[in-house]
Design a protein around this ligand. Structure first.
Ligand SMILES: [Zn+2]
Length: 105
């Protein structure tokens, strides 16, 4: 197992411990249906935040180490309008308003 995988696994275990601790504490403090809701309300945003941070690190987002300015991630894809050829990243072409476009790099 390499260093990265080991760190990832340790991190996962730590977070499982944190989730478990939160779930246990809330369950002790509140009754069942409410406790479940509170646990979800705490854990869901946390896991979303973690996922976003993870994707940022592996280079999908903006300005990670391997991907300065988000140049090579999904955000780096430009679209070309099929009607007039304008390069843009909006849903519709800013030049002619056409929604038909193709992806290019
Ligand atoms: Zn256009």
């Amino acid at each position: 197992m390499n260093e990265n995988a080991k760190r990832f696994l340790t991190n996962q275990l730590v977070w499982i411990g944190i989730y478990f601790g939160i779930a246990l504490t809330v369950t002790l403090l509140l009754d069942f249906p409410l406790s479940l809701l509170v646990v979800l309300a705490i854990i869901l945003p946390l896991s979303l935040y973690r996922r976003r941070r993870y994707f940022k690190r592996v280079g999908g987002g903006e300005g990670s180490f391997f991907n300065p300015g988000g140049m090579f991630g999904p955000r780096g894809i430009d679209y070309y309008c099929i009607s007039c050829g304008t390069k843009h990243r909006q849903a519709a072409c800013p030049n002619c308003g056409s929604k038909m476009k193709k992806a290019g790099f």
